[in-house]
Ligand binder design. Sequence first.
Ligand code: PMP
Length: 405
Amino acid sequence: MKDIAEIRADFPILNRKVYDKPLVYFDNGATTQKPQCVLDAVDEVYKSYNGNIHRGVHFLSDMSSESYEKSREKIRAFINADKREEIVFTSGTTGSINGIAFSFGERYIKPGDEIILSCLEHHANIVPWQMMCERKGAVLCVIPINDNGEIILEEYYKLLSSRTRLVSVTEASNALGTVLPVKEIIDAAHSVNVPVLIDGAQGIQHGIVDVKTMDCDFYVFSGHKIYGPNGIGVLYGKEKWLSELPPFQGGGDMVDKVTFEKTTYNELPFKFEAGTMNYPAAIGLASALDYVLNIGREDIAMREKELLSYATDRLSAIKGLKIYGTSESKISTISFHIKDIHQYDTGMILDKMGIAVRTGNHCAQPVMDRFGIDGTVRASLCFYNTKEEIDTLADGIEKVKSMFA
Ligand code: PMP
């Protein structure tokens, strides 16, 4: 693996100061920082070949289209999907889930049908299903979690029934860091012919995702959480599902023939890409994936495991600090609370020390309700973070405590 100093030099923002202190960026679960190659790739589109994709016959449009389709191929290879037709660009994880929830609801859902989620879901993997259930008279069923923040598989098996139409779960919890046993979840659902959507927003950047081995029916993620630009996301769907599902948005490019009487739709994947897509961001995302492959996904996972272990040891040693999410199987995210100190106070004081952490319910209110709290402080680490930064956080927390003593 590249030397850590070299890695950090790839990310211009990591060099900046905040309130005259070196930035310690521990909010990677919310969004990751971008390496120079990603900034350059997006810049290059606008500087030298910007033209709307799939529309013109002119040179710039051709060049943009070609680059956009090359990005699709990169993404296909990155998650090991079978075909490029199975890779749909969206605005992000939220856009992908809303799209599938709408289309799946229109095509398959009847009153009394059930959708299974877990208690660990981000609001983006709850609300779109709830909206669909309200429209269609369907019901949400929720897999409970134990005190470590792990889903209780036996309870999931009990929820699976002839009424279940789809299971939609996260690969890893953004609030607690728990990694879910997605293979077991998928295999059990498939044994009763139920498809599964995996929310990969917190999974894709921490390990090797192989949708073929996983055998999920849908896999969704956001570019900005894997060192790519904002405003771009991916919806992977097995071809058999994407062929059957109706489009979730209408407009330019997703059509074959339009008359006022009837419209026929474009082939996959374009059927799901209405209007002008964010092609500069898609091109930037491909560059981010190249960057990740270049560093090495196994090395990234190993380094993050090491950082998680170090941070867990350092933070658990702090008196009065309680960690939420104590599964053996976690991404490099630590959610915690300091006794008698509100998470916003902790977050705001740490900020003044140049340390960026997330505070609040992390768009996962049901998780907070499960633990009877209204929020936590969350430090989400990634491979460009260092043990020294973890020391700075631990020292910062001690200072917060002393201020409230
Ligand atoms: N799911 C999970 C697990 C997430 O962590 C997030 C972002 N925090 C989302 C969905 C939504 O992602 P986005 O806002 O990029 O659409």
